[in-house]
Design a binder for this molecule. Structure first.
Ligand code: IPE
Ligand code: IPE
Ligand code: MG
Length: 236
């Protein structure tokens, strides 16, 4: 059997709060450890030939959390970008972000837009931060853009199909997801990349995100490589 090709890995980085609780720490300490782990995993992209890595860092529903936790997460986003921009340049990784940025406070949003700009010509890998992101919102926003194009006379509604609809998503250059990993054991999508996950392979581990390391990544990749992806066809 030919080994499956993995171009795009997407991760729901869950379990920071539980990781902190297990250690008697504040939830924000768990988020800090989670952000450190993001750096470790990005470093592995080249080694495992993962061209596209998408990370779910803050969902459209996470705005329901307490103001204190939300503030801590916004600060962490800024600190991550401040401290990691040089590494992204060194590793030739382009940063993209998808989500409703207008809700992110300006001090963090500005840094996000700056790093997206400064890394835009990097070409070895593409890191997509899903921040203030919701899969349903993305589809609704795409539908609005389609409607606007139809009204402006730029698109004939009958020519709309699955292929050109993807051009209206937040990051059309990013292909659909091959493997989606969720840490900390929850068996749900939590409004992550709904369109792009349509035919992804899923892998769930009980490991909490700050503990998800190279060994765990290997387990997930080996599981993925050993599967038969049928896309609706009969079994080989
Ligand atoms: C994931 O960890 C990080 C975010 C959602 C921002 P959680 O904060 O959801 O951690 P648990 O699920 O409470 O353990
Ligand atoms: C999903 O985790 C979002 C991120 C990891 C950013 P949550 O912890 O918010 O998801 P639920 O609430 O368990 O569905
Ligand atoms: Mg969670």
């Amino acid at each position: 059997m030919v080994k499956n090709k993995l171009d795009h890995l997407a991760i729901i980085m869950d379990g920071n709060g539980r990781w902190a609780k297990q250690r008697g720490l504040k939830r924000t300490e768990g988020h800090k450890a989670g952000a450190e782990n993001v750096k470790e995993i990005i470093q592995l992209m080249e080694k495992y030939q993962i061209k596209y890595l998408s990370l779910y860092a803050f969902s459209s529903e996470n705005w329901r959390r307490s103001p204190a936790e939300i503030n801590a997460l916004m600060r962490l986003l800024k600190e991550f970008l401040d401290g990691y921009e040089v590494e992204l340049m060194k590793n030739d990784i382009k940063l993209l972000a998808i989500g409703r940025f207008e809700k992110i406070p300006p001090f963090a949003r500005q840094r996000l837009l700056e790093v997206i700009k400064s890394t835009k010509n990097n070409s070895k890998g593409v890191l997509t931060l899903c921040f203030s992101y919701g899969g349903r919102e993305e589809i609704v926003d795409a539908a609005k853009k389609v409607a606007a194009d139809v009204m402006a006379g730029n698109l004939n509604i009958d020519s709309l199909d699955e292929s050109n609809f993807t051009n209206y998503l937040y990051a059309p250059e990013v292909p659909e997801v091959d493997l989606m990993i969720r840490t900390s054991g929850e068996l749900r999508i939590s409004n992550f990349l709904l369109w792009q996950l349509a035919y992804s392979e899923f892998y769930v581990t009980d490991k909490l995100w700050p503990d998800f390391d190279e060994l765990e990544l290997n387990k997930a990749l080996n599981s993925f490589y050993g599967r038969e992806r049928r896309f609706g066809k009969e079994q080989a």
